[in-house]
Design a protein around this ligand. Sequence first.
Ligand SMILES: Nc1ncnc2c1ncn2[C@@H]1O[C@H](COP(=O)(O)OP(=O)(O)OP(=O)(O)O)[C@@H](O)[C@H]1O
Length: 342
Amino acid sequence: MNGQLLKVENLTKHYPLGTGFLNKTVPVVRAVEDVSFSVEAGETLCIVGESGCGKSTVARLLMRLVEPTGGRVLIDGTDIAGLKTHELRASRRRMQMVFQDPYSSLNPRLTAGQIITEPVENFERLSRKQRQALAADLLRKVGMRPGMMHRFPSEFSGGQRQRLGIARALALQPSLIIADEAVSALDVSVQAQILNLLLDLQQEMGLAFVFISHDLGVVEHIGHRVAVMYLGRIVELAPCEALFANPVHPYTEALIAAAPVPDPTRVRLEVPVEGEVPSPVNPPSGCAFHPRCPLAVDRCRIEVPPLVPMADGRVVACHVRAPAADTSGRPVAAASSSLTVG
Ligand SMILES: Nc1ncnc2c1ncn2[C@@H]1O[C@H](COP(=O)(O)OP(=O)(O)OP(=O)(O)O)[C@@H](O)[C@H]1O
């Protein structure tokens, strides 16, 4: 890992519900609220959270497929919002996306060779020979035979299609790949093969990943650091091992407790977190997790907790577990509380 590639500062996305009539304010979906993180070259940052917490919206904002309501995305120190069309195209070469559904994300009328070389052909004209050489090289990179370039998507399995999606993303030699639920549609054994392929490619090419998943098993396998999102906000961002060994935010603890445990020796926590994720149109006041949190105190109902740096390098937004210092520098609540209450 050698240098900051991507920096996200206070990224916010509100989707208006309908259009305002006679300047009437319209309700908004608060999909992403004040999200900040960075990714270094060669690093994998995972983003986890339940459905609807804003993970895919973050991915779309990074690719500038949607415009932010606020905040900035910087690639190699350059704010992508200020880029002209041709500069944006160039910055997109640095950052490519792999999508969830390998069945619908490939054009069924194109051959595998055409599909994976198309991104390059959007920038430069290739001779037939150049296209074939590039397709062969990309197919080899993702563990497929060059002879497969003449086949159509319908002739491939789900895992092979996702390999094609990865080959296509590699065509422009990006530094960063955003993978949005890239293995969720695949069988578990195929998932492992694709994850190992991504790890090999990272080693070989120094690729960085923003890896979005709701599956903690997958995240634990592939992540260097993990950002946990709840209702549009990051509530904990920590090195992967530290997060799984010692989750600090009660929501992180609940997510890990609720996940299937592949390792039977790992102690499973009994966390009494109940209820549904509230609506992002009208989120709870203060800490959005407080209605479901067994540790909530009065302050949680009133103030949004800031992300507080902890000694082991993680940041946590929790008034109880990671209290911000008051003006005198003293913590304002107990530094740690057990979740296994009552
Ligand atoms: N174009 C849109 N217009 C209005 N609301 C939207 C739009 N796109 C997403 N949302 C809402 O924004 C919130 C965050 O959605 P998002 O898809 O980013 O979450 P997610 O964590 O990726 O969920 P999932 O895992 O189900 O894909 C949700 O409440 C969703 O309904």
